[in-house]
Design a protein around this ligand. Structure first.
Ligand SMILES: C[S@@+](CC[C@H](N)C(=O)[O-])C[C@H]1O[C@@H](n2cnc3c(N)ncnc32)[C@H](O)[C@@H]1O
Length: 385
């Protein structure tokens, strides 16, 4: 246990603790206890939630420093402890007689193929008015043959949204979908929160295509999705006046993604889900002698620039106080544009944010690049750090 406590203490120091769950209480009084990191006015604390056998939930707020000690000593009363941190995870199994077995797990891979179709939130056998209105299902609820992959994409996206739901506020939720296009995923998100989870939700969708925005507005009206608002405009010029909890940006073109991510950070969005698209910016700038063996091939240069663009975006999100994961969002067989950046606002200690930002700047210097997101966040981050 001493090694686990040390690892947990180290994770807490770098703000990497995600969740600890205790289950199988030996005296039967508690069904499950969970510990998650939250922040109030940039000060972190650990939120303890105990669900008792009689269906009640008890909450406590633990000091961030020293949380590992407290949680691991409580874990003595439970058969299983699941520790999930950004840098490692572990399962502790304990017998009633006190024998302890600890298994350290590999970091979870976020591959779309690992998801299970059976866990899909929308059933292919049920009719959904919004899917009929979006012409994904026919009037009898059958998914059109040509829309099968869109249906899978929506379901996969809803699984990702359901995973991040604990990071969102428990009451009303405000969502931005920037560069929304036909807003398929926003319609699905609205349906999920409003009708599956029975939560209040407002979604503001923005796109510069007038006809598409009008069509989406008409569809929302026809199916009674009255918490959805559609704004026609350029996201560089007109952003909603709300403070978003969740920001979506799916396949926004080139540097529009940088605008979305920067604005989401500045406004303190709790979660950002962004799947970047057609990044051209860095491939016109990048110069680095050590990489010439790759950069001399135009196709490889394009691919490497895309990867650098996303990796640099992730670094700035981390410096901005987010826990970041890159996952596969759509089956790569369906489209190569299948990466998604998932960023959840968390506690990242100031020294880690600062060093992340310094490292970011050093990498930009080495690659001779000045990404749009750097320009958009320079003042904000240098003030902050
Ligand atoms: C590839 S589509 C993606 C649409 C949708 N998010 C999806 O995943 O199905 C990109 C959309 O971004 C919009 N767009 C690109 N740049 C924009 C900007 N600066 N302001 C507003 N909309 C923009 C385009 O009009 C287009 O509808």
């Amino acid at each position: 246990m001493q090694k686990l406590k040390q690892k947990l203490d180290d994770s807490i120091k770098i703000g990497a603790l995600q969740k600890i769950t205790l289950s199988g209480c030996f005296d039967g009084s508690v069904k499950k206890a969970t510990y998650t990191v939250k922040t109030k006015k940039d000060t972190p604390y650990v939120f303890e939630e105990k669900f008792t056998k009689d269906g009640k939930a008890y909450h406590a707020y633990l000091p961030y420093e020293g949380a590992a000690e407290h949680i691991l000593s409580s874990s003595g009363g439970y058969k299983q402890t699941d520790v999930s941190c950004a840098d490692f995870s572990a399962v502790v199994l304990r017998s009633k007689k006190g024998a302890v077995h600890i298994k350290y797990l590999q970091a979870k891979q976020n591959n779309v193929k690992q998801t299970d179709d059976k866990n899909y939130i929308l059933s292919p056998d049920k009719k959904y008015d919004f899917l009929t209105a979006l012409k994904i299902q026919d009037v009898n609820g059958r998914v059109h043959d040509k829309r099968q992959s869109k249906f899978r994409q929506i379901n996969r996206f809803l699984q990702i949204v359901s995973d991040i739901t604990p990071s969102l506020p428990e009451d009303d939720i405000t969502v931005w979908d920037l560069c929304c296009g036909k807003s398929y995923l926003s319609f699905a998100v609205y349906y999920y929160f409003r009708y599956v989870l029975d939560r209040e939700i407002k979604i503001v969708c923005v796109d510069r295509k007038e006809d598409v925005i009008k069509e989406c507005g008409d569809i929302a009206k026809s199916i009674g999705f009255d918490g959805m608002e559609f704004i026609c405009g350029d996201i560089f010029k007109c952003l909603p006046n709300t403070s978003p909890d969740l920001v979506l940006s799916l396949h926004a073109c080139d540097t529009a993604t940088d605008m979305v991510l920067s604005e989401a950070i500045k406004r303190g969005a709790k979660v950002i889900l962004s799947s970047p698209c057609c990044q051209h910016e860095l491939s016109t700038q990048i110069k680095c002698d050590g990489l010439n063996f790759v950069l001399k091939e135009p196709l490889l240069k394009q691919k490497l620039s895309s990867i650098f663009t996303d990796a640099l975006r992730c670094k700035l999100l981390h410096a901005g106080g987010y826990r970041v994961t890159v996952l596969e969002f759509i089956d790569p067989d369906e489209t190569p544009k299948n990466l998604m950046i998932r960023a959840e606002k968390t506690y990242v200690p100031k020294n880690i944010r600062k060093s992340e930002y310094e490292e970011y700047n050093a990498i930009c210097k080495t690659l001779n690049v000045e990404p749009a997101m750097k320009k958009l966040l320079d003042v904000y981050l240098s003030d902050l750090l």
